[in-house]
Each structure stands twice: as structure tokens, then as C-alpha cells.
Design a protein around this ligand. Structure first.
Ligand SMILES: *Cc1c(COP(=O)(O)O)cnc(C)c1O
Length: 425
């Protein structure tokens, strides 16, 4: 099946007389005839549901669709994108371990890795997305267990050289985890370029309507944990909390990672997506391929308009020829990147503030990647505790505006930007 068909029909095939749309199984628990039946579930000898903190059928239909979209072998939903990235890394890293991560990543993920996971004893080395092969190789240590990056980084809009990062990760016997939130599997499938685990904030384009916070983790099933068994005892040696099950033996390379993540991390940390939200997410997935096309068409039109305007100092959008990441975009994102464009006005911070006040269609929000166009000046909102010097260092200079182009008519979006640029002094 092509990606468009998978978006609409993947993950759930109703039987004769069953509901056409996936049912919302709004139940915390599931009933069994005998204790023996239930015991088999607890011992992981049979598959089935017993408690929604760990697994729920509605979630599993949607996770199966996302696994198909990414070309993976198994997937799970989490309560948020933050939970997805934490679980994906914590499933294979523990106190005393080390991660190599691109420095160009979402602020929440940066904090997660640099502050919270560090407090748990997991160290990190950040590398620029433009690092050479030698620089990447130099970042690895004996105790490195994972490499991390974002296909298109939020908000810097850098494009990850997935093949280069995967090569470095594999040379050191560790998997590459890629957050594919902004590109979505419609525009890029990181597994085809060597990534091993993919994560998503489904809150963004996948839901696409600003309606439900959520996350997903997908396994390619390709990383050979057994070949690096000394690094990954959690997957390759018996789990005493499940009567000695060894995940790679019982569930194979195709199922070990997600099974361990569900049975250990969901059991103990409990960050499941609600079945209601999974249902809403699935409605978004049904039109993702159609929406992404329009987001990209609008993004490109807006980027082209802005780059030709006399009041605009610069535009970052990888589909523009001349953008620093255009060559990588042509390779990894041939169908387009996403609807998010960032730009700077010549008048700096004051001009950005004055300009945004004049916008009529583009609303000021911290959100991105949904059907309605929205924009943000990080310096006066999410990053307002930083001074101009710190902002520059963080790659979000004071004048930077991030606009997330929705699926409205591009002529209306451009007219809105044009009148605001004229009106602002
Ligand atoms: C928003 C975002 C996240 C965090 O996701 P939440 O659903 O808000 O928890 C992680 N990664 C990227 C790239 C994001 O844009």
C-alpha cells in the first residue's frame, strides 16, 4: 500500500458486521473467565489486555497504523511527545550511560536530555547537526547507548543528515533514534535512511487540529540488540519482574523494544494516551497525506513571498533554493518539508512585536503544525527570560518569528502578512 492508503485504512480491518470506524474502548480493565487466563497475560505468555495503563485496543489500532506508515515492525502510543522521547531513550539507557544528541532539537527535548535525564545519571554530548563524520565519531564513549536527532528540528528548521548520523551510530554499536514530528512519514521515512527507532509528538501534524496531546514510538525491528548484548542487558538478559523473560528471545528483534517499553515503562511510569485521544489522533491521520501537501504548498508560497519583501532580513525554509539545508532537503524530503517557516525582520525585536500585532489570520500561539496558521516570536514569549546575547546563542535571535502555515488559502495568508508588514512601523 502507498502511504496515502495507509493513512486512511492502515492498522484496523473490521470483520463482517463490525464497526467501520475504530471503536473507542473506554474501559480501564478487561474481564477474564479464569485466573489462569489472566496469569498468562501477566507472564507475557499470551497477548491480550488487562489494564489500560499498559495497553488498550483503541491505542493499538492507531499505533499499528503509525507503524505501517513508518515501515516499522511495532509501535506504541504515549501521552505526549515528551513521554515518547523519554521512553524511547530510557528503554535502553540507565544511570551511568551516555547519549549523543544533535544540539538542534526541540527545547523540551533538550531540557529532558540535558537536565532531567542528567539528574538520573545519564550523560549527554551535544553535536551540531552539521558535524563532520570525524566530529560525530569523537562524541561517542564506551558507555554511549543511543544517538538522537530530529528530521526537521523545531524551531531551528535544520535538516538532519540521517544517513551520516546512522553510520556513526552503527559504527559504535548503538541505535539512531529520530524524532520525525515535523516531516511526518508522509514526507520522510527515517528507517529507509538507517534510523532504528522513530518518535513523534502526535500533537502536531498527525493530530493536526490542535485537539489532542500525544506521542508515538516506532521500532524498525532492524537494530541487532543481540549483537551488542553487553550494552543492552535490559533487552538481552532475563527480566526478573516478568519471571525471567528475555525480550529479544521471546519477541524477536521485531518486537523486543516495544514490548519491553510497554511492559516495564508503561507499567511503572504510566504515560499512556487516553483511548479518546487516540481516536481523535486517528481522525487526523486519515487526512494527514492531504494536509501535508497543503501545509508544504502554503509554507513554500509564504517563504517565497517573505524572502522577496524589503522589510524581511532573512528566511529559513529548507525548500527554498539557497537555504543552508536545501541540499539535504532535496535528498530526504523530496515531496516537501513542512509548513513551518522562520524569518527575521530588519527592525529587530520591536519590529517583530509591532508586526505580529497587525496580523489578522495568523494567531499568536505557542503551538505549531495544525490546520490554523499561527505564529510566535520566541524572544517575547517562550524565551523571554533570555537576553539578546543568550537568544543569539540559542539560535533564536530576538527578531526571529516562527510562522506555522496552516491549510487555509495561501493568497489569504500572504495578504495577511503583506498588510501587517505595511502597517508595522
Ligand atoms: C512538540 C514537540 C515535542 C514534544 O511533544 P508534546 O506532544 O508537546 O509533548 C517533541 N518533539 C518535537 C519535534 C516537537 O515539535
Amino acid at each position: 500500500m502507498k502511504i496515502s492508503t495507509t493513512c486512511v485504512q492502515g492498522g484496523y480491518t473490521p470483520g463482517n458486521g463490525e464497526p467501520r470506524q475504530i471503536p473507542i474502548i473506554q474501559s480501564t480493565t478487561f474481564k477474564y473467565d479464569t485466573s489462569e487466563d489472566m496469569g498468562k497475560l501477566f507472564d507475557l505468555e499470551a497477548s491480550g489486555y488487562f489494564y489500560t495503563r499498559l495497553q488498550n485496543p483503541t491505542n493499538d489500532f492507531v499505533a499499528a497504523k503509525i507503524a505501517q506508515m513508518e515501515g516499522g515492525t511495532a509501535a506504541m502510543l504515549t501521552s505526549s511527545g515528551q513521554a515518547a522521547n523519554f521512553f524511547a531513550l530510557f528503554n535502553i539507557c540507565q544511570c551511568g550511560d551516555h547519549i549523543v544528541s544533535s544540539s538542534s532539537i526541540y527545547g523540551g527535548t533538550y531540557n529532558l536530555i540535558a537536565v532531567t535525564m542528567k539528574r538520573m545519571g545519564i550523560d549527554v554530548t551535544f553535536v551540531p547537526p552539521t558535524a563532520t563524520e570525524e566530529e560525530l565519531n569523537a562524541a561517542f564513549k564506551e558507555n554511549t547507548k543511543a544517538m538522537f536527532g530530529e528530521t526537521i528540528a523545531n524551531p531551528a528548521l535544520t535538516v538532519l543528515d540521517i544517513e551520516k548520523f546512522a553510520k556513526a551510530a552503527h559504527a559504535h554499536g548503538v541505535p539512531l533514534v529520530v524524532d520525525n514530528t515535523f516531516a511526518t512519514p508522509v514526507n520522510c521515512r527515517p528507517f529507509e535512511w538507517g534510523a532504528d527507532i522513530v518518535t513523534h509528538s502526535t500533537t502536531k501534524y498527525m493530530d493536526g487540529h490542535g485537539a489532542a496531546v500525544g506521542g508515538a514510538i516506532v521500532d524498525s525491528g532492524k537494530f541487532d540488540w543481540k549483537a551488542h548484548a553487553d550494552k543492552y542487558p535490559g533487552l538481552c538478559t532475563p527480566d526478573e519482574s516478568y519471571h525471567g523473560v528475555t525480550y529479544v528471545e521471546r519477541f524477536g528483534l521485531e518486537g523486543a523494544f516495544i514490548t519491553k517499553c510497554t511492559t516495564q515503562l508503561m507499567r511503572d511510569l504510566g504515560s499512556i494516551q487516553s483511548p479518546q485521544n487516540a481516536f481523535i489522533l486517528n481522525l487526523g491521520l486519515e487526512s494527514l497525506h492531504v494536509r501535508m501537501q497543503r501545509h508544504c504548498e502554503n509554507g513554500l508560497a509564504v517563504a517565497e513571498f517573505l524572502s522577496g519583501h524589503p522589510k524581511v532580513a532573512y528566511v529559513n525554509y529548507c525548500d527554498l533554493p539557497g537555504d543552508a539545508y536545501h541540499e539535504l532537503a532535496k535528498k530526504y524530503l523530496p515531496k516537501g518539508s513542512c509548513g513551518v517557516v522562520s524569518f527575521g525582520l530588519k527592525g529587530g525585536r520591536a519590529a517583530a512585536e509591532a508586526f505580529m500585532k497587525e496580523l489578522k489570520i495568523a494567531a499568536i500561539e505557542t503551538h505549531v503544525a495544525d490546520a490554523r496558521t499561527c505564529c510566535l516570536n520566541p524572544a517575547t514569549s517562550t524565551h523571554r527570560q533570555m537576553n539578546d546575547e543568550q537568544l543569539k546563542e540559542a539560535g533564536v535571535p530576538a527578531e526571529l518569528i516562527r510562522i506555522s502555515c496552516g491549510i487555509e488559502d495561501k493568497e489569504d495568508l500572504i495578504a495577511d502578512l503583506a498588510q501587517a508588514l505595511t502597517a508595522c512601523k
